[in-house]
Design a protein around this ligand. Structure first.
Ligand SMILES: CC(=O)N[C@H]1[C@@H](OP(=O)(O)OP(=O)(O)OC[C@H]2O[C@@H](n3ccc(=O)[nH]c3=O)[C@H](O)[C@@H]2O)O[C@H](CO)[C@@H](O)[C@@H]1O
Length: 362
């Protein structure tokens, strides 16, 4: 048999893209001669991030369905047909041995077509609440790799394998030495570093919080690396100083995690999985704008184990300063949170998922 060929499909946000990249990297490590093709949605983040990671990507003309009646929605049936046709062409040409879907509307047409042709398909669901695309595909795929218990609510029980979420290899083993990271961010080593993460697209409310509390934060003796998101960089770049570094997007998450002493973060599934491995104190501020409030559930799973602090957006005015000042002042609390969050890590998730894919290849 010739070399293996794999299609990975998913996107829209980093939360669906980076798991696909992590899986591809592990497949490549095991099968250096394998060929890879990513399939995403035209105009979305994957079209830039996947080539940066060294893989080829094709974009489909597809968007999610809006809740309101809009022109975009009227186009939806045409987009679906066009995407199915293109996915069909891709499958015929590339002849994949397996197709892996990591969620987001971009993955719908490709997995629908591939499963129809009898090509083995695997889904990876990052959240404790299943996404629409994965729910639509559940009966057509061979395996569904999940990160949370109780996913039988959404998927056939005999297809579910609990693996955890894939985390990119360079984030699984982090160096202790901070010198390269400090140099990269242009910060001195004498004060603790607070890393602010708004998720792959940035978080409006977290940015507003940091901007209004900047003097308070600096008075706690920290320096700041602030990832504010592409949409917000023009507004917040002006806050940059010797002790505050502002980025739209961090291309070196490894260095950000090495540099950080504590974090304030959205609780997207990927961020949570990574922060468990990083093992440092985190204050989660979940996005209230996602389906079924799943970011609150993601963060709560850690709070219940005393492994992180959570503040809801609605509590920030009242509680943020007190909570953060207490964390900075209490080194025992910082240690306990670090130890407890590390216990929740599933660093072998990617290997486990690739084991499942390999089982389908014969
Ligand atoms: C608003 C929204 O829809 N959020 C969803 C999205 O989150 P979002 O896209 O923010 O994704 P996650 O938190 O899951 O993962 C973010 C990924 O982007 C990377 N990263 C982030 C910022 C940065 O500057 N550089 C960088 O590389 C992180 O290292 C991580 O690998 O997908 C997640 C996984 O399905 C869901 O749980 C979230 O609810």
């Amino acid at each position: 048999m010739g070399n293996y060929r794999f299609i990975l499909s998913g996107g829209g946000t980093g939360g669906h893209i980076y798991p696909a990249i992590a899986i591809a990297n592990e497949l490549k490590r095991r099968h250096p001669d394998a060929e890879f093709l990513f399939v995403g949605a035209e105009g979305r983040m994957e079209m830039e991030k996947v080539p940066q990671a060294g893989y080829e990507i094709e974009g489909l003309w597809i968007t999610g369905l809006q809740r309101k009646l809009t022109l975009k929605n009227l186009m939806f049936p045409f987009k679906v047909i066009s995407s199915l046709l293109k996915a069909n062409k891709i499958a015929k040409r590339f002849k994949p041995h397996a197709v892996i879907g990591t969620g987001g509307f971009a993955s719908g047409p490709m997995l629908r077509v591939a499963s129809g042709k009898g090509i083995p398909c695997v889904l990876q669901e990052q959240n404790s609440f299943a996404g629409i695309t994965n729910k639509l595909l559940k009966d057509r795929v061979a395996k569904i790799c999940v990160a949370y218990d109780g996913m039988e609510k959404f998927f056939p029980a005999d297809k579910i394998v609990k693996t955890g979420n894939p985390v990119r290899g360079d984030l699984v083993v982090l160096r202790q030495d901070k010198s390269e990271a400090l140099e990269y961010f242009g910060l001195a080593g004498h004060k603790p570093i607070l890393l602010i993460l708004g998720g792959s697209l940035g978080a409006r409310r977290i940015n507003e919080l940091i901007a209004t509390k900047l003097d308070f934060l600096l008075a706690q003796g920290v320096q700041i690396v602030w990832q504010c998101g592409k949409l917000y960089i023009d507004k917040y770049k002006k806050y940059e100083s010797d002790q505050v570094k502002v980025f739209d997007f961090l291309n070196r998450m490894d260095l950000a995690y090495i540099a950080a002493d504590m974090m304030i973060s959205r609780s997207g599934a990927g961020a949570v999985s990574e922060l468990c491995i990083v093992g440092k104190p985190v204050v989660f501020i979940p996005s209230p704008n996602v389906a079924e409030d799943h970011q609150t559930m993601n963060a709560k799973a850690l709070v219940d184990e005393e492994a992180a602090i959570m503040l809801r957006e609605s509590e920030l005015d009242e509680k943020f300063e007190k909570t953060f000042a207490e964390l900075c002042a209490n080194s025992q609390m910082q240690k306990d949170l670090s130890v407890n969050i590390r216990k929740m890590a599933l660093p072998d998730a990617t290997k486990h998922i690739v084991d499942e894919i390999e089982k389908l290849l014969n």
